[in-house]
Ligand binder design. Structure first.
Ligand SMILES: *Cc1c(COP(=O)(O)O)cnc(C)c1O
Length: 499
């Protein structure tokens, strides 16, 4: 049995090593026939007698994985915002699965795992040069969506407690909606919030329809910045009727990679009028890892709650997100057990490192910190700054090429390109076919056809998107492997499909 396991483990290791060496040349996607073959090869039902480990592993390697995304963590998968996996993260993830520790409770002299998690979260703040004491409440989640859920839940608790219609330390989590509040009791103001914020609002009981979510008008000279006087007007009016306000701010807009100006002023207004500021910096926050880009995230330390993603630009395996809030007690106040029913295993909870189950959606959870810890340690600040820098340089190269290409139109061109030298804000290139080209935007499905034509080459992968009410193609660069050799391939594909 154990000899078998050793041999099979070696087989997995050599498969991963071969794949790793081939990632730059593998087709990015498997192709429709391979997907269909994998689906056809699925067992119709649970077999009565199991196949055994060896036969199962052979079946996965020969029949299932060839029909799944062959190189999503390779250097030319530019869809969504998809990170790769650094070598240290990949190895640590394999170890973490092998140890299979359930990291939910701090057991001071039994396991160091929650201390590893706590140090990992501190190291992420170090990377972005955010003072650790700024965000005393921190936890590792399954992704930015889970972090947004925690952010809106913290906001809900704080706003109900501060409402003129409640008294004491009212908790919505404990008591549900109090009577007498305006309808709706809390509104969410923002500009282009990521869809996951609406999902979060639905889950935490705020609602996510048009009576709850209000789009702020954009600043006249900055389509990504809310108009400050409109925001102030709303904050004054809502305060007058005792309605709670959450302001969400996307630090790094997901279609354009752009940053609106004015986060520090927005934070000051929120503080003045008692609104909760939730900043979703899932990928854009990591501009803060690079000294010459850090100005883009000015104000990242002023949020009441902050979302970052681990599995995007930090290049650790799915799933990993990060959540920060100012007050260490904010999450445990509604996610932890009450004093009267604290189980014995939490009675001795070390205040310095609260048990993750009092800070999170999950109780049982994997040792998600280990790959991130390993990756941060292996690369250091310099290594991560280098990934962000190289990815941004790659996006700029693509954008510069498209901007002067007769068949393309660059849609997220920086207005201050000439002054700043940066054709696009960060690591995303948003484009479409030029008028008169094969993918003339006059035709409603042009961007879908262009996306399909690029992806059909299987040499690179991009996402279809919408911006300003029109179809677009989006190329996001966030993989540590993407390098100069990939540029030649990208250029060839972009030329070929429009020829
Ligand atoms: C990707 C993204 C999300 C959702 O993140 P998941 O990790 O997929 O849950 C939320 N907000 C922004 C700005 C994003 O880019």
């Amino acid at each position: 049995m154990s000899n078998d396991f050793n041999a099979l483990l070696a087989k997995v290791a050599s498969h991963l090593a071969e794949r790793d060496a081939a990632l730059s040349t593998l087709p990015v996607t498997p192709g429709a026939e391979a997907v269909a073959a994998a689906v056809d090869a699925l067992p119709p039902a649970l077999p009565q007698a199991g196949l055994g480990t060896g036969a199962t592993l052979d079946y996965l390697l020969s029949s299932v994985l060839p029909g799944c995304l062959t190189a999503q963590n390779g250097p030319r998968y530019f869809g969504f915002v998809t990170g790769g996996v650094t070598p240290a993260a990949q190895l640590a993830d394999i170890l973490g699965s092998g140890y299979d520790e359930n990291v939910q409770v701090t057991l001071g002299d039994t396991s160091a795992a929650t201390t590893v998690e706590a140090r990992t979260l501190e190291m992420v703040l170090d990377l972005l040069e955010i003072p650790r004491e700024t965000y005393a409440g921190r936890t590792i989640t399954t992704g930015a969506t889970a972090s947004n859920i925690l952010g809106l839940a913290c906001a809900r608790e704080a706003l109900y407690a501060a409402s003129p219609y409640t008294y004491g330390d009212y908790s919505y989590a404990a008591s549900g909606p109090p009577p007498g509040l305006p309808t709706p009791p809390i509104v969410v103001l923002g500009l282009h919030p990521h869809w996951s914020i609406k999902k979060a609002a639905a889950l935490v009981g705020l609602g996510n329809g048009p009576s709850v979510f209000h789009s702020l008008p954009a600043d006249a000279d900055d389509e990504l910045a809310p108009d400050l006087s409109a925001l102030r007007g709303r904050l004054v009016a809502e305060r007058a009727i005792g309605r709670g306000v959450i302001v969400t701010y996307g630090l790094g807009e997901v279609n354009t990679g752009g940053f609106g100006r004015g986060l520090p002023q927005i934070a000051a207004l929120c503080r003045q009028y008692g609104a909760w500021l939730h900043v979703d910096a899932a990928f854009g926050g990591f501009a803060g890892a690079v000294p010459e880009l850090r100005h883009l995230v000015e104000g990242i330390d002023l949020a009441d709650s902050l979302t970052l993603d681990g599995h995007k630009w930090l290049n650790v395996p799915y799933d990993c997100g990060l959540f920060f809030t100012r007050d260490a007690r904010a999450l445990p106040s509604f996610l932890g057990p009450s004093a009267s029913n604290t189980p014995a295993y939490l009675a001795a909870d070390d205040a310095a490192i609260p048990s993750p189950l009092t800070m999170n959606i999950e109780n049982s959870r994997r040792f998600r910190a280990l790959p991130l810890f390993a990756s941060l340690l292996s690369l250091g600040k310099d290594g991560y700054a280098d990934i962000v820098r190289r990815n941004v340089a790659f996006a700029r190269r693509v954008a510069t090429y498209l901007a002067s290409h007769p068949s393309y139109q660059l849609l997220n061109m920086s207005p201050e390109w000439l002054a700043s030298g940066a054709p696009v804000p960060l690591n995303i290139v948003l484009f479409r076919g030029a008028p008169g080209s094969r993918f003339d935007p006059e035709s409603a499905d042009a961007h879908t056809r262009l996306t399909a034509a690029i992806n059909a080459t299987r040499r690179m992968y991009v996402s279809g998107s919408q911006w300003g009410g029109k179809g677009a193609v989006r190329l996001a660069v966030s993989n540590w492997r993407t390098g100069d050799e990939d540029w030649e391939i990208v250029r060839a594909v972009l030329d070929e499909v429009t020829a």
